[in-house]
Design a binder for this molecule. Structure first.
Ligand SMILES: NC(=O)c1ccc[n+]([C@@H]2O[C@H](COP(=O)([O-])OP(=O)(O)OC[C@H]3O[C@@H](n4cnc5c(N)ncnc54)[C@H](O)[C@@H]3O)[C@@H](O)[C@H]2O)c1
Length: 273
C-alpha cells in the first residue's frame, strides 16, 4: 500500500483494473497543495485509491477539484471530475450515474464534502450559518447516501460487492454549528448500515480529530490557537490527510468486511475513554 507510513500493511485491498475495476465516488475537495505542502483529505484519498488501480469519480462544488482528477490520472488511474453540489439531489444522482455509466459501476463511496463556519459561541451563531452547515454536512450526506444506495441496493439481485465507507464526522467540539450535523451523520450511518447489511452494503462514519488541511490552516497558522488545538491531541500533532485516507482504504477493503455501522475514531486517541 503506497500511502506514507502504511506501505505493506494493508496489502492490496482493491481488485486491479479490468473488468472489476473499482469506481469510487468521492466528494473529495480540491487538489491544491495546502499549507506546508500538504493536501486535503479528499485528494489524499483519491490518490490512495488511484494507486490501487481504482477509477475515481470526484464530485465537488469547487471546480478546482479538477486538479484532484489530474492527480488521479498522474497516479495512473482513471479520474473524472463532475461538478456537484451535495445539497442538490439531482446533482448527486448525476454524480453516481456518471460513475456507473463511465466506469461500469460504483463500489465505494466516501462522502467527505463539508464546510466549516466560523468558530463562535452558540449565542453568536446566525440562523443562516446554521442552515448552511446543516444543508451541506447533514442533508448533503443524506442525499449522497440515498443516491449511492439506490445504485447498490437491488432487492431482486442484491449486490455482493464491497462496502461504502461513509462520512466523515467530528463530534469533538461544542461551540461551532458544524458539530450538530455531524451528530446527525452518526445517526444516518447505522440507518444505512443496518438497513442494507444483508445486501452486502456496509456504512461507517469516520470521526476525525484535527487534520492538517486548508480547513484548519487558520488555526494551525495562528500562534495562539495552534497550541490549544494541537495540544488537544494525545500525539501532540494533527493528522495528515494521508492518515485519514489510510483508514478509508482499510474500511473499503475486504480486511474490514465485518466492520459496519460504527463511528470509527481517527483522532490520535483524543476521544479514548
Ligand atoms: N480538517 C479537519 O481537521 C477535519 C476534522 C474533522 C472533520 N473534517 C471533515 O473532513 C471533511 C474534509 O475536510 P478537509 O479538511 O479536507 O477540508 P476541505 O475544505 O479541503 O474539504 C471539503 C471539500 O468539500 C467541498 N464542499 C463544500 N461544500 C460543498 C457542497 N455543497 N457540495 C460539494 N462539495 C462541497 C469543498 O469544496 C472542499 O473541497 C469535511 O467534511 C470536514 O468537515 C475535517
Amino acid at each position: 500500500m503506497p500511502l506514507p507510513g502504511t506501505r505493506g500493511r494493508l496489502g492490496s485491498p482493491l481488485p486491479t483494473r479490468g473488468r472489476h475495476a473499482r469506481a469510487v465516488v468521492g466528494l473529495l475537495g480540491q487538489g491544491r497543495p495546502d499549507h506546508r505542502g500538504a493536501t486535503c483529505i479528499g485528494p489524499a484519498t483519491a490518490v490512495a485509491f488511484a494507486r490501487q488501480g481504482a477509477a475515481v469519480v470526484i464530485g465537488d462544488v469547487d471546480d478546482r477539484a479538477t486538479e484532484t482528477a489530474e492527480l488521479v490520472r498522474q497516479a495512473g488511474a482513471d479520474g473524472r471530475f463532475v461538478r456537484t453540489a451535495v445539497t442538490v439531489a439531482a446533482e448527486m444522482d448525476n454524480l453516481v450515474r456518471t460513475a456507473v455509466e463511465t466506469f461500469g459501476g460504483l463500489h465505494v463511496a466516501f462522502d467527505n464534502a463539508g464546510i466549516f463556519p466560523p468558530t463562535v459561541p452558540l449565542l453568536k451563531q446566525s440562523e443562516d450559518d446554521f442552515d448552511r452547515v446543516v444543508a451541506v454536512d447533514l442533508t448533503g450526506v443524506f442525499l449522497a447516501m440515498r443516491a449511492e444506495l439506490a445504485t447498490w441496493y437491488k432487492p431482486a439481485a442484491a449486490p455482493s460487492s464491497t462496502p461504502p465507507p461513509s462520512p466523515a464526522s467530528s463530534p469533538t467540539t461544542g461551540l461551532r454549528p458544524a458539530s450538530r450535523p455531524k451528530h446527525g451523520v452518526i445517526g444516518l450511518t447505522p440507518a444505512a448500515a443496518m438497513g442494507y447489511a444483508t445486501a452486502g452494503i456496509r456504512a461507517n462514519a469516520l470521526a476525525h480529530g484535527l487534520v492538517a488541511t486548508s480547513m484548519t490552516r487558520g488555526w494551525l497558522d495562528d500562534p495562539e490557537m495552534h497550541d490549544s488545538v494541537v495540544g488537544a491531541s494525545p500525539m501532540g500533532r494533527p493528522a495528515e490527510p494521508e492518515e485519514i485516507a489510510g483508514m478509508v482504504m482499510f474500511l473499503a477493503s475486504p480486511l474490514a468486511s465485518i466492520v459496519n455501522g460504527g463511528v470509527d475514531p481517527v483522532d490520535a486517541g483524543q476521544t479514548a475513554p
